[in-house]
Write a protein that binds this ligand. Structure first.
Ligand code: AP5
Length: 209
């Protein structure tokens, strides 16, 4: 069974690689960012509470995210393994996860900040199916339209310069300390996340062997 965490700064390519690896391994891909964005779009109570934090590039409070994650992780489809993308992001989240389940490997994405800013400012997503594009590295076939369903692509509100800067600072202050948490547990596998998605994917598979 695979119980994997992808840890890394915003724009490092976690979502891109998680979708591919979870498919390859036949495990559930759990992105707390995607779950929260769906809640915002559906205007659920959780979504309404999370919306302002997300737009500003701040973390959603731990109690909200933990409640959501615990509920999701205890569903039957996670029994065969899971890949956590964007969770945990704070020490209290990591400690709560340690109490909830065993984790096998933590892959940490290492990449310079200027590359992150470039990737995030050029990202576009399909609001209908969630497919991720990049104006530079993965442009849609027809400008501004999703290849799969033709929906008009959107620029995430937190992919604007101000929120990007906030997210990078939040990562340094609140999430980077998790590297030491998992290093001490002997579960940390750092990978170089620069280069093409295919190269990064190959490095991740090697780290997980
Ligand atoms: P979340 O959605 O998790 O955002 P993030 O961690 O900031 O990560 P991103 O989705 O921005 O980047 P990514 O690493 O997945 O990169 P991607 O593959 O898309 O969280 C959003 C918000 O939700 C948070 O700010 C917070 O408010 C809230 N939240 C979520 N989880 C939370 C938690 N646990 N606790 C509290 N709050 C939480 O790639 C980026 C771009 O680069 C794409 O355009 C892609 O096509 C391109 N790209 C990818 N790989 C490559 C490559 N190798 N070469 C060139 N381009 C590439």
């Amino acid at each position: 069974m695979h119980r994997i965490i992808f840890l890394g700064p915003p724009g490092a390519g976690k979502g891109t690689q998680a979708a591919e690896l979870a498919h390859r391994l036949g495990i559930v891909h759990l992105s707390t960012g995607d779950i929260l964005r769906a809640a915002v779009a559906q205007k659920t109570e959780l979504g309404q509470q999370a919306d302002g934090f997300m737009r500003a590039g701040q973390l959603v409070p731990d109690d909200l995210v933990l409640g959501m994650l615990k509920e999701r992780l205890t569903q039957p489809d996670c029994r065969g393994g899971f890949l956590l993308d964007g969770f945990p992001r704070t020490i209290p989240q990591a400690e709560a996860l340690d109490r909830l389940t065993e984790i096998d490997r933590v892959v940490s994405f290492e990449i310079p900040a200027p590359t992150l800013i470039e990737r995030l400012s050029r990202r576009r997503i399909c609001p209908k199916c969630g497919t991720n594009y990049n104006l530079e590295s993965k442009p849609p076939r027809v400008a501004g339209r999703c290849d799969l369903d033709g929906a008009e692509l959107v620029h995430r509100p937190d992919d604007q310069p101000g929120p990007i800067e906030t997210r990078l600072k939040v990562y340094r202050d609140q999430t980077a300390p998790l590297l030491e948490h998992y290093r001490r547990q002997g579960r940390l596998h750092p990978i170089n996340a620069s280069g093409s998605p295919a190269d990064v994917g190959a490095r991740i598979r090697k780290a997980l062997q």
